[in-house]
Design a protein around this ligand. Structure first.
Ligand code: C2O
Length: 577
């Protein structure tokens, strides 16, 4: 009870039983498939205050629940030696609720809840003797394409022949909506969404999602070796929508895309606004190098922040999620549609066949990152991470429970990526010619204390004190970034930038980015922090014995909907997961 500081009030006392997912039992009659109890009479807890940090620095609402008079069997919790373990549990499908339209919070006209099943199987990975090798989408041959198209055609056909078949295309698309648009509550926490983005579940969740999607496609064409193609957007040869997705008569085509960005338009992974193709390409390589290596200071900087049961969703995105990942979504989605459907919004992203190839490359980035020889540890050993679990339907329509731990060695999941060049691996921007301290302090630059918190409705220049004169192993922290989660948000950060060439990212001064795909959560506002490692940047601009730097923050999209609480530079924390 040491952390019980909240004063909480039970507003509605309809009991909300904490059931373990295996105790869900439903008749699998079709009439149940799309009916879900509505969510009005649920326990609502209203708290004014202050969830305290546990010594591990995690929010702990379990202790709050202890204060509610044993509603959840608090005594058991208290005496359970594992009561500290709080991995995110799989959603209770029978309690799935509505997904909402983002800006208005009105009900969407789709129900993205999954079919129910009366059994849940703990999933065991089969023993794969041969790996499915995922090819780059721009290089596949005719024979492969024919297979892939046939598999997608059959998946789409299921939507018509049996809309309740969990392997159907819309059912697969809806998985993303259900795990991302507030359809599921955390088990036992009716006020908190399950959200697989903006946290350390981002990579493992999508790895499982693609795994089953790929296995289902293989099943539908009776080819267990079938492997999804990946959209190789990190390589100049793949920096446009893969052409195989752009043939109007193909089942891979989707009309809900930005018509301006059809091939051969080059993707702008940094949202740099560059107009020249060559500049876009070098910017893209710079973005990749930055989000994979240069700006990454810790494991969760790359993976996403810890997220455990009882904690508010969206504790913070990793560098890859908020960088290239977000940009590719936004590049494909159609800005003429209300919510950038399909790819530009979580609820609809899975309706575009290209989504899965985009995420195959995101997954490939994780696999590459794990092998990088940088000083950041690659594994997270926290049981709250390893034991977090999800539910999926497998290729035989069985509802299975899967764990994060089983994604760590992806080859055990039976697949691999075809080897292609990784041109950004050594893409260090060139050092600044004049290796001197910033020559002139911009006239509009002020000290952080005088400017923050601020709304990012214009370019901001701020003087930030270093942790020590000349200290080179430092991290730039932007704190309490509050965004309207229904908007696409993007801003870039530069250090000691005097050139004001905002559309060139392949420069030593580029420190990193923040970007967010719009989505709905119960609280429309999201708060997060980003850390940008400066060590290498300093080597390239030479901070000599400076005791401050000038940070430039450039809003790229909806800056008026972002407030930043504070900015500071701290010594690089010790390297641990
Ligand atoms: Cu789950 Cu790229 O979104």
């Amino acid at each position: 009870m040491a952390y019980l500081q909240s004063s909480c009030m039970v507003l509605t006392t309809t009991p909300h039983h904490h059931t373990s997912p295996s105790s869900q039992s439903f008749s699998a009659k079709p009439s149940h498939f799309f009916t879900h109890p509505n969510r009005t009479h649920r326990l609502q807890v209203s708290c004014n205050s202050s969830e305290k940090q546990t010594p591990q620095g995690k929010l702990d609402r379990r202790n709050m629940l202890l204060g509610l008079g044993g509603l959840y069997g608090a005594s058991n919790l208290a005496s359970n030696p594992h009561s500290n373990a709080a991995p995110i549990e799989p959603p209770e499908f029978n309690k799935c609720g509505e997904a909402h339209e983002l800006a208005t919070n009105d009900l969407l006209d789709i129900n993205c809840c999954p079919p129910l099943s009366d059994t849940i199987i703990d999933y065991k990975l089969p023993n794969f003797t041969k790996l499915r090798v995922r090819p780059p989408a721009h290089k596949v041959d005719k024979e492969y394409l024919a297979k892939f198209e046939e598999a997608i055609r059959r998946m789409k056909a299921l939507d018509k022949s049996d809309p309740t078949d969990p392997r159907g295309f819309m059912q697969q698309a809806n998985i993303h909506c259900a795990y991302c648009n507030g359809a599921h509550d955390q088990v036992g926490y009716p006020n908190l969404d399950i959200q697989v983005h903006e946290c350390w579940l981002f990579f493992p969740f999508h790895r499982w999602y693609l795994y089953f999607y790929e296995r289902i496609l293989g099943e539908l064409i009776d080819d267990p070796t079938f492997a999804l193609p990946f959209w190789n957007w990190d390589n100049p040869k793949g920096m446009q929508m893969p052409k195989i997705f752009d043939t109007e008569s193909s089942p891979l085509y989707n009309k809900n895309r930005n018509p301006k960005n059809r091939p051969p338009t080059i993707i702008d992974l940094g949202s740099s606004g560059a107009s020249e193709d060559l500049q876009k390409v070098v910017n893209n390589l710079a973005v990749m190098y930055s989000e994979m290596i240069r700006s990454v200071n810790s494991t969760v900087d790359f993976m996403g922040k810890p997220y455990i049961a009882g904690q508010s969703p969206r504790p913070g995105m990793g560098s890859s999620e908020r960088g290239s990942h977000t940009q590719a979504h936004v590049f494909v989605g159609n800005p003429k549609n209300k919510y950038y459907e399909d790819m530009g919004n979580f609820y609809s992203a899975g309706r575009d066949p290209l989504f899965y190839s985009h995420h195959a490359n995101v997954d490939r980035m994780w696999s590459i990152w794990e092998r990088l020889k940088t000083d950041v540890p690659k594994d997270i050993n926290d049981p709250d991470y390893l034991n977090a679990s999800f539910l999926f339907y497998d290729e035989k329509k069985r509802l299975v429970r899967v764990k994060v731990a089983d994604t760590l060695d992806y080859k055990k999941m039976g697949y691999e990526y075809e080897k292609v060049d990784i041109p950004w691996l050594n893409y260090k921007p060139s050092k600044k010619a004049a290796k001197t301290k910033i020559r002139q302090i911009p006239s509009d630059a002020k000290k952080a204390e005088e400017m923050f918190p601020l709304t990012l409705n214009k370019i901001v220049r701020v003087l930030v004190n270093k942790s020590a004169k000349g200290q080179a192993d430092e991290v730039l922290v932007l704190e309490d970034i509050e965004t309207d989660t229904t908007k696409f948000i993007k801003f870039d950060v530069f250090v000691n930038d005097e050139d004001d060439k905002a559309d060139e990212l392949d420069r030593a001064e580029y420190a990193g980015t923040f970007a967010q795909v719009s989505h709905k959560t119960k609280d429309k506002k999201g708060k997060s922090t980003i850390n940008l490692k400066l060590t290498e940047l300093y080597e390239d601009i030479d901070i000599a014995d400076d005791d401050f730097v000038v940070v430039t923050i450039i809003p790229r999209s909806n800056g008026g909907d972002v407030t930043i609480g504070g900015i500071k530079i701290i010594p690089s924390p010790p390297k641990s997961a």
